[in-house]
Design a protein around this ligand. Structure first.
Ligand code: FAD
Length: 336
């Protein structure tokens, strides 16, 4: 059981900055995220896009903002449970919450801050009837650890940056024994540089590229052994494979949090704007995941919400103590 002061569900920009604000009040945080890396939408959807409305930064790449937030929170040593969605929550007799993930990891704290943004990013799966039977037996929708593909035959499907970049990565570093990229069109949506690189690597034989085709079937005894690729002109081709990695993007949904007894409106959690508390005392909702009158889904608004929520959380945990606001310029950063 991981014990902390505040369990933060969602390691997006808002969850990360909340670690910093909580740290100033000497409250420890542990973040849970279903994605394998921190950063939420900034890391998953637009890491290379410049953001122009972060105070003090005329322009900053979303990925850089996350790197900076990680550096800013580091003195407060947050814990991370990554690659695991928070599934259930129960209240203990002594008014704490136990949050359990899909993998059974348990966390306990008196405060839960939901910074779940648009929700859990669920993979878009190809319409193959028996696909679920092979999940984690050769089928993965996110590449968490490229080393599992060492010396394996990998079929990647997709036409965006993820499919292109991972094909290049696994082939260029000679991690996979074979990299086969299948895409239903002959044009790609990814960066031109990456497209050119895949074409060059196809010519050199490092990648096998099959365009105008889709993976339509999979099979194998205990784990994946082959995929069936249906080509628009040439028909079906059987391709031996240890892994099939469809990288068709992720779609967000509020997911299990919607069943936690919180007041939900339009797929978001209703909060009191006094302190961003929810209808359950001890549970707060900050950032894109909450809703209230005049809500703006902006990073800077989420930073403000997290800042006020931890002040209220402090009073909830230490009702006997009075918290006096201290400027960081005066007190500096007293890490843990
Ligand atoms: C293309 C694009 C451009 C944008 N440009 C700007 C801009 O210029 N300026 C601006 O201010 N905003 C911009 N935004 C919006 C901004 O990205 C969001 O407001 C911000 O990411 C919200 O941060 P968050 O931390 O609340 O949520 P998110 O970034 O969505 O992070 C939430 C995290 O919670 C996780 N999560 C959810 N449910 C669970 C669960 N049950 N268990 C575990 N983990 C869970 C998710 O995996 C995710 O990582 C843009 C958004 C997009 C898509």
């Amino acid at each position: 059981m991981i014990e902390t002061d505040i369990i933060i569900i969602g390691a997006g920009p808002v969850g990360l900055f909340t670690v910093f604000e909580a740290g100033l009040l000497k409250l420890k945080c542990h973040l849970i995220d279903s994605l394998p890396q921190a950063g939420g939408q900034c890391s998953e959807i637009y890491p290379k896009k410049p953001i122009y409305d972060i105070p003090g930064f005329p322009s900053i790449l979303a990925g850089e903002l996350i790197a900076n937030l990680m550096e800013q929170t580091a003195p407060f040593k947050p814990g991370f449970t990554l690659g695991e969605a928070a599934l259930s929550i129960i209240k203990t007799e002594d008014n704490k919450f136990i949050v359990t993930t899909v993998k059974g990891t348990q966390h306990i704290a008196p405060i839960v801050m939901i910074a779940g943004g648009l929700g859990v990013f669920e993979p878009r799966k190809p319409p193959i009837a028996n696909i679920e039977a092979y999940e984690d037996k050769g089928i993965e929708y996110i590449i968490k650890d490229p080393e599992i593909y060492r010396n394996k035959r990998c079929v990647i499907a997709g036409g965006g940056d993820s499919a292109l970049d991972w094909s290049i990565y696994l082939a260029e570093r000679k991690i996979a024994k074979e990299v086969i990229l299948v895409h239903r069109s002959s044009s790609f949506r990814g960066h031109l540089d990456s497209v050119q690189k895949v074409i060059d690597m196809t010519e050199s034989g490092a990648i096998r590229l099959i365009t105008e085709a889709e993976v339509t079937g999979i099979g194998g005894a205990d784990s994946l052994e082959f995929v069936t690729v249906t080509h628009q002109k040439d028909g079906e081709i059987k391709v031996n494979a240890d892994h099939f990695i469809p990288l068709f993007g992720l779609k967000p949904s509020l997911g299990p949090i919607a069943q936690w007894g919180l007041e939900i409106e339009k797929n978001a959690i209703k909060v009191n704007t006094l302190d961003y508390s929810t209808n359950i005392p001890g549970i707060y909702a900050i950032g894109d995941v909450n809703t209230y009158e005049n809500k703006l889904k902006l990073i800077l608004c989420g930073f403000h919400e997290g800042t006020l929520a931890v002040q209220s959380a402090f009073a909830h945990i230490h009702p006997e103590k009075k918290n006096v606001l201290k400027y960081t310029t005066v007190n500096g950063i007293q890490g843990f």
